[in-house]
Design a protein around this ligand. Structure first.
Ligand code: ASP
Length: 344
């Protein structure tokens, strides 16, 4: 139930939802927030106090980086006590990265932070943006016994609300652009909004929001493919200053068993590089002990990323190294579910 006194802050960062075609080239480019709200007069029909903060200029989400995540975090921090919930309008391309990052940055979150956007600009006739925006606001405002129903960072898209750090963009043209293969939706919308209360996080209401304003971006991804050669692997593992490598492996965490490959990984681990095993599959988990090819990685000192998405892995590593933890502490936290990002 929501009261008349509900207040929601919209944070418009950019994305297709607020884009128009360039008059000459026809390419999509962002416009300001006023142009968006003019397209959705329905916003006025909510009984809530609805305010907006817009990035200037708005960003295509391909230009989003850790600084932008911290900027969003800063806005939420400053306005945390003033609003019941937050809706972040964001491009879909990197939305899963941003939602993952914010889930870690915002420690002890007890209010909703709902990311949404659209595949078609809000000014187009068949836009998916209106429904996404309106439902995201309604979800951000939802309460039970005076407390937020969704005290998490989520992505709302098409007809589902997903935990942000479980989500991946998997389709560039379907309205149903996101998937969360390893965790059920927190809500599904149709005629009714059906909340999956058992799947929603229960925050410790006594703890205050704390915002981790330092991230360490010295992380790389090494995606395996049949035929990957030694010079590529060596080049990536030897990038100076790198703290961790997300090793995107096959199936349940497997990699070629060539001796050169294993010894490259072993040497990197010995030098102090953290190698985190994340499967290339959208669903399922890393189980290095299942096959001999995975076992070799485990013996080489590779750490399991369990069923974490690549997006969440990148964000979690930047967050943990941002805290200036020792390697042993980072490894300890990787084995824990900090924000529901892994199934243990
Ligand atoms: N390129 C756009 C962005 O991510 C795509 C979108 O919003 O759907 O900003």
């Amino acid at each position: 139930m929501t009261g008349k006194n509900t207040s929601i802050l919209l944070i418009y960062t950019g994305g297709t939802i607020g884009m128009v075609n360039h008059p000459e080239t026809g390419a999509l480019q962002p416009v300001d927030f006023k142009a968006i709200s003019n397209q959705v007069p329905e916003l006025k029909r909510f009984g809530y106090a609805l305010h907006a903060i817009a990035f200037d200029p708005p960003l295509d989400s391909s230009n989003v980086n850790p600084e932008v995540w911290l900027k969003i975090a800063e806005i939420i921090k400053k306005n945390y006590s003033l609003y019941d919930g937050f809706v972040v309008l964001h491009g879909t391309d990197t939305m899963a990265f941003s939602a993952s990052a914010l889930s870690f940055i915002l420690e002890n979150l007890s209010k909703p932070v709902i990311f949404t956007g659209s595949q078609l600009p809000i000014g187009t006739l068949r836009t998916d943006g209106k429904e996404n925006l309106i439902s995201a606001i309604e979800i951000a405002a939802a309460k039970i016994d005076g407390k937020a129903l969704i005290p998490e960072v989520c992505i709302y898209f098409e007809n589902a609300l997903f935990r942000g750090n479980r989500t991946t963009k998997y389709n560039a043209e379907h309205f149903n652009a996101f998937t969360s293969e390893n965790y059920p939706p927190l809500a599904e919308t149709g005629v009714y909004i059906k909340y999956n209360t058992a799947a929603i996080m229960k925050p410790d209401g006594r703890k205050k929001l704390s915002v981790q304003m330092k991230l360490d971006p010295r992380i790389v991804i090494l995606k395996l493919f049949p035929g990957i050669n030694r010079s590529v692997v060596e080049a990536v593992l030897n990038i100076p200053g790198t703290k961790a490598v997300v090793l995107e492996t096959f199936g349940s965490g497997n990699a070629p068993s060539d001796k050169w490959f294993t010894s490259c990984i072993k040497a990197a681990v010995k030098r102090g590089l953290l190698v985190l095993n994340i499967t290339q599959c959208h669903g399922g988990s890393v189980e290095m002990e299942k096959y001999e090819t995975g076992m070799e990685l485990m013996k080489a000192g590779v750490v399991s990323g369990y069923d974490m998405t690549t997006e969440a892995a990148i964000a979690k590593l930047m967050y943990l190294f941002g805290k200036a933890y020792s390697l042993a502490e980072v490894k300890k936290h990787l084995k824990r579910s900090l924000r529901g990002e892994i199934t243990l």
